[in-house]
Design a protein around this ligand. Structure first.
Ligand code: COA
Length: 165
């Protein structure tokens, strides 16, 4: 039986930290659906289409078998989306203790909404544990070098976005 997992996030933009979780998830599931959502508590810089195109580009650049991946937009509840896509688990990356409370709440709520869907946490690798999409955007906007954290394609898109703001 094929194990299908959802890897949800705002991905505004995807970072090397997210990509690390994608690569490691593929060691434990057969198919990963990277699910680009609008977190109602965040105002994204990039449109859903821009975020999806960054993810697709980064997957190709990282030589990840695209056949095992789908990139989709989540509208509505994540648990409904997971069920609709025959996924049995949600994958989340944990960077630090500070992530725990938020993830604990989301996992609890998702479990109440659909107890058939498990959440699996992968610890971020050391070198990625301090990266966040917001920090990447802030450092880039202020002229800092973010090439260790996102792809060169992402930097081009951020340059374009910031110059047109
Ligand atoms: N390495 C580096 N950074 C990482 C990371 C990793 N492995 N994993 C997460 N992050 C960072 C992200 O860059 C992001 O940083 P930011 O806050 O500066 O933007 C932060 O950690 C968390 O973001 P992300 O992983 O993209 O998730 P999110 O918290 O924005 O996503 C959803 C939340 C989309 C999963 C949630 O809102 C959702 O499920 N929405 C659908 C609607 C729904 O069902 N709501 C009810 C949920 S109970």
């Amino acid at each position: 039986m094929n194990k299908i997992a959802i890897y949800p996030g705002t991905f505004d933009p995807m970072t090397n930290g997210h990509m690390d979780i994608v690569k490691r998830s593929l060691k434990i599931v057969d198919k990963l659906i990277i699910s680009v959502a609008n977190n109602l508590n965040k105002i994204p810089l990039l449109s859903i289409e821009e975020r999806k195109s960054i993810i697709k580009n980064d997957i190709i650049e990282n030589n990840i078998e695209i056949i095992n991946i789908e990139i989709k937009t989540v509208n509505g509840l994540l648990t409904d989306f997971a069920k609709m896509n025959n996924a049995t688990c949600i994958i989340r990356g944990l960077r630090a203790v500070s992530d725990f409370e938020y993830e604990f709440q989301m996992t609890g709520m998702n479990y109440q909404l659909n107890p058939d869907i498990e959440t699996i946490f992968l610890m971020s690798s050391d070198k990625n544990s301090f990266i966040s999409s917001n920090l990447v955007k802030e450092v880039h906007k202020l002229g800092g070098d973010v090439s260790k954290f996102v792809s060169s394609n992402t930097i081009k898109i951020l340059n374009h976005k910031n110059s047109s703001l």
